[in-house]
Write a protein that binds this ligand. Structure first.
Ligand SMILES: [Zn+2]
Length: 208
């Protein structure tokens, strides 16, 4: 069962590189990596750090750009996070790799950037905990949603199966199977059926 976003080197996971952008030497059976600068680190990010990201992000085992994004509750003030986020969008477009996005209390800004920058690459909003109205707005803007151990059931039920991913994020104690079962349960479908749908979505997402 594919784990769309994990901070641990787990099998069948897209592993988010840590802040130092070091690859995990003990990673076995992972799908690949995502590389970005977390908005929580936005206050202390330098140009050098971004240049290093640019090099790492170009490597073939890096499948996605991120997690990056906007967080109104943590990190630098939003007006300083926004230019960093835009640089990630540019990098994603340049390299032709989709983005995994972190967004807390900044949904309108995220939608505005999607509208204004008109990126060709897909974005996936990870660890989504918003409500069904926000879910609908995101999908309308072409942003897919990834669900972790905690989610809003109405939002999940409003999410199209071809816009849906499943993840453990930074929770090392919840197995990905348990998240699939919880999500499938809330949707009233079979976990194996859900896993097939997510695998198909990821294959389409990563198609060059
Ligand atoms: Zn994360």
């Amino acid at each position: 069962m594919i784990n769309f976003h994990s901070h641990q080197p787990q099998p069948e996971a897209i592993v988010n590189l840590p802040r130092d952008l070091q690859f995990s030497p003990d990673a076995i059976g992972i799908l690949g990596y995502s590389a970005g600068i977390h908005p929580w680190d936005s206050a202390t990010t330098t140009d050098d750090h971004f240049e290093r990201l640019r090099e790492v992000a170009a490597r073939p085992e890096v499948l996605m750009i991120g997690e990056c994004g906007l967080d109104a509750l943590r990190g630098a003030p939003l007006y300083r996070q926004e230019p960093l986020f835009v640089r990630h969008v540019e990098l994603s477009e340049e390299l032709g790799k989709p983005m995994v996005v972190h967004c807390v209390k900044a949904y309108n800004q995220l939608l505005r950037y999607r509208r204004e920058l008109k990126p060709r690459q897909p974005w996936v909003l990870h660890g989504f905990r918003g409500n069904d109205t926000v879910a609908a707005q995101m999908m309308q803007a072409g942003i897919a949603l990834s669900y972790g151990p905690h989610f809003n059931v109405a939002a999940l039920r409003a999410t199209r199966l071809d816009h849906l991913y499943v993840e453990t994020d930074d929770d090392p104690d919840t197995p990905i199977q348990a998240v699939y079962e919880a999500v499938a349960d809330a949707l009233g479908i079979d976990a194996a059926f859900l896993a097939t749908a997510v695998a198909n979505n990821l294959a389409a997402l990563l198609q060059p």
